[in-house]
Design a protein around this ligand. Structure first.
Ligand code: C6P
Length: 409
């Protein structure tokens, strides 16, 4: 069992008060807070061993390069990747999905082919496919969700046929909190010969991931949602597919040889890392991975589930509130979205902030899902290892204030 009190002191920002109250930070799904270990690891590079990587023959550059490649090895171990070369550093999840969409989709899709995704996706896993569909003439097709907010596996079977060339699916919804059966869907994708990417933006920070067991071919995620810094993300891919995939960006360091009229690419992963990479951020992500690994991802998942279960119980006490997501914690992570008819989600978030409670309100970059739910916006609380039941109590108390202010009591 995780004792959040043990970890809170590692996160300097959590000692702050907001509007005179202790801060209840319930927005880690947007971006998590950072422990001193991550901040210090990055400061240490800037203070002691900063120089550009993969370029210099001198000591500082060699130290920075070793730390950068060390971070790649840490991420590879964290994912149980077959080799560090399967880990491509990107800017974030969005950039990783775009690299896959352009790099794989442009060269492999033709009119009539299908990209299968779902109605619950984040815009990062829908908009790139709109662009690629325009370029290639391929069509999009969507997995539905059931009345109890799960991927409709019954209907899913019918969506898989030989037209489906790419499956791109979130491993955990940033609105509903559900974690679809990736293994089962990857099996269906394999049966029709499709290549599959998992959007792991919410999944990787909150649950153990073994890419060799997962069954999918690519995985995208962001460092900033898993205790790491902004500006760094990962595209993991099976080596043989990365080798076949085209780079989306050209420039320094991604080449083998450049002639005036053509160039050839460096081996993976460098062919996808054009220009000076965010190596200090990658080192920060390496420190975050160390921190999470020490606790254990299974412990973190269990902690999130216990808090989710507590939150679902406590939120039931708020009259009129409807949870937008499953009412239990089966295959579900630490994200709880809700609606209170009569109070706009933005008003709720503002009132909660006055009580020190930070949540996200809006469409959460998932407009098609909001349309499907028949809502313009929800309020969302999300949990991480530093949250405790006290934070959820603060949320429920502040919701009571909001209801009174809006005359609902
Ligand atoms: N969701 C949220 O508050 P980036 O911005 O590239 O790091 O991550 C994009 C992204 C992709 N997929 C999913 C499932 C996500 O949740 C996110 C980011 C944040 O829900 C910011 S909109």
């Amino acid at each position: 069992m995780i004792d959040p009190a043990r970890f809170r002191s590692d996160f300097p920002i959590l000692g702050r008060e907001i509007n005179g109250r202790p801060m209840a930070f319930l927005d880690s799904a947007a971006s998590s807070q950072k422990p001193a270990q991550v901040i210090d690891a990055m400061m240490d590079v800037y203070r002691n061993s900063y120089a550009n990587v993969h370029r210099g023959a001198y000591t500082l550059s060699q130290e920075a390069t070793e730390a950068y490649e060390g971070a790649r090895r840490k991420v590879a171990r964290f994912l149980n990747a077959a080799a560090p070369e399967e880990v491509v550093f990107t800017r974030n999840t969005t950039a990783a999905i775009n690299q896959f969409a352009y790099g794989w989709g442009l060269g492999n899709l033709k009119p009539g082919d299908r990209v299968l995704t779902s109605v619950m996706e984040h815009h990062s896993n829908i908009v790139p496919w709109h662009i690629i569909a325009r370029h290639t003439g391929a069509e999009l097709s969507f997995l539905d969700i059931t009345g109890d907010f799960r991927i409709d596996l019954q209907k899913a079977q019918d969506r898989f046929d030989e037209r489906v060339k790419i499956v791109s699916l979130s491993g955990m919804s940033n609105v509903l909190g559900i974690m679809p059966p990736i293994g089962e869907i990857a099996r269906l994708a394999r049966e029709v010969g499709a290549v599959m990417l998992v959007d792991g933006a919410q999944m990787v920070p909150h649950s153990p991931v073994d890419v060799q067991e997962m069954g999918a071919d690519f995985l995208a995620f962001s460092g900033h949602k898993m205790l790491g810094p902004t500006g760094i993300g990962v595209l993991w891919g099976r080596r043989e597919l990365l080798e076949k995939m085209e780079p989306m960006e050209g420039g320094g360091e991604m080449i083998r040889e450049v002639q005036l009229f053509e160039s050839t690419w460096a081996p993976v992963p460098q062919k996808f890392e054009a220009g000076t990479p965010p190596f200090v951020e990658a080192i920060g992500l390496g420190a975050a991975v160390d921190y999470l690994s020490e606790i254990g991802m299974d412990q973190i998942l269990e902690h999130d589930r216990q808090l989710t279960s507590y939150a679902l119980d406590r939120l039931e006490e708020v009259p009129g509130l409807s949870i937008q997501g499953p009412a239990n914690t089966i295959d579900r992570g630490g994200v709880v979205s809700f609606d209170i008819p009569g109070i706009h989600a933005h008003d709720i978030a503002t009132i909660l902030d006055q009580h020190g409670v930070a949540v996200r309100a809006g469409h959460h970059c998932a407009q098609p899902l909001m349309r499907h739910l028949g809502l313009a916006a929800t309020t969302r609380a999300s949990f991480y290892l530093y949250n405790s039941e006290d934070d959820i109590d603060a949320l429920v108390d502040a919701l009571g204030v909001a209801r009174r202010l809006f005359g609902l009591d």
